[in-house]
Design a protein. Structure first.
Length: 366
């Protein structure tokens, strides 16, 4: 029991170190873009910090399995090089008993990862999108300054005469950024920026104005309006390709939606965390090394295992998305890695028993 607890607690420090470093590396791009919001757009540090916190579950869902691999391989290599594995095996402790704290640790991290992917990740992503929408609304309005040309609107140039403390615009002038024969010029007495509820699109609400347009056949037209809406999607303020994702949909809603995309997302949330348990099993035999040899071989095997897992993961996603396989195929990567780990443990345990029975047994030179 003492040996079990000692091995279990020795896993915690390398796991937390690896988790922190990997999460930091993975979040670097987002951190850079969020810092850009502070410097370029004057967004408060608190809002930026909250956005980063909302993205944290998404980062952890990726880094938790990788941290498990690093922690297990590092500890197994240390136990091997310090002859602790040999000593435990000599007194009759099998590799299965040595691996029990690894299995328990992997199971606990799997449970944590499941709570992240099923609940925290969708809730965090939805909150992230909501916060980004609020920043988009406030910052777009703030960038509009009287008597200054504004190019933040895709394909348009905006100019206003006045803007009051309530963000109400007066003397609005809008034209196409690239002037062509069919370009339009819009003039309005008043205007205001609005955000469509639940959408990223912004609405420039105009009142009492004229639209001047030149048709392709030289037909000049003037259209008077009392109310007119420009609907547009401004440039992304944080990421380049995250619009309309299903990541923010609650898991309960996915359960009730039979569509292929919803079912694939549901199974991704269910299956990905089990890689933590699969890795905790498979990395034990990978970390068994000859104490007289270098450690690099164990680390290389761990890296190869991770690469194989993600190849299987990408392949199962492609099979589900483009080959009309049922989303159950997403169980394949953690299941195959786990079965490989069980088989490798069996072989390692057999080899350790042979060398314990014949300590002077050496391989013949080839």
């Amino acid at each position: 029991m003492l040996l079990f607890r000692s091995t279990f607690f020795q896993l915690i420090f390398p796991f937390l170190m690896a988790l922190g470093i990997l999460t930091f590396i993975l979040s670097m791009e987002t951190v850079y873009r969020l810092i850009h919001l502070i410097v370029e757009r004057g967004v408060s540090v608190f809002s930026v910090g909250m956005m980063l916190l909302y993205r944290l579950p998404q980062f952890l869902s990726v880094t938790l399995p990788l941290a498990i691999v690093i922690a297990c391989v590092v500890l197994m290599v240390r136990l091997s090089t310090e002859y602790e594995i040999s000593a435990m095996n000599a007194i009759g402790i099998s590799i299965w008993k040595i691996g029990r704290p690894f299995f328990l640790f992997g199971f606990i991290i799997t449970a944590i990862a499941l709570s992240i992917t099923l609940w925290l990740q969708p809730a965090g992503y939805a909150a992230f999108e909501e916060e980004k929408l609020m920043i988009l609304k406030t910052q777009t309005a703030k960038t509009i300054q009287p008597l200054v040309l504004n190019f933040d609107f895709p394909g348009k140039v905006l100019h206003v005469q006045e803007k009051d403390e309530n963000e109400e615009l007066s003397g609005v002038f809008i034209t196409d950024k690239d002037l062509r024969s069919d370009s339009m010029v819009t003039l309005a007495d008043r205007g205001r920026i609005k955000v469509r509820s639940g959408e990223r699109d912004l609405i420039l609400h105009l009142e009492d104005g004229l639209i001047h347009s030149q048709g392709s056949t030289d037909n000049y037209r003037t259209i008077a309006f009392q109310q007119f809406h420009y609907i547009f999607r401004p440039p992304q303020i944080v990421t380049a390709n995250e619009g309309g994702h299903i990541w923010g949909v609650p898991t309960n809603s996915l359960l009730q939606n039979p569509s292929q995309s919803s079912q694939m997302e549901l199974f991704l949330r269910l299956t990905t965390p089990w890689a933590c348990l699969a890795f905790s099993v498979a990395t034990i035999p990978l970390g068994l090394i000859n104490p007289r040899r270098g450690r690099s071989g164990a680390y290389l095997r761990g890296l190869i295992l991770v690469v194989i897992y993600y190849i299987l993961w990408l392949g199962s996603k492609e099979m589900t998305m483009h080959m009309n396989f049922r989303p159950h195929v997403l169980w394949m990567p953690p299941l195959l890695i786990g079965l490989f780990g069980v088989y490798s443990l069996y072989r390692s345990n057999l080899n350790l028993q042979i060398f314990s029975a014949f300590p002077n047994l050496k391989k013949k030179p080839g």
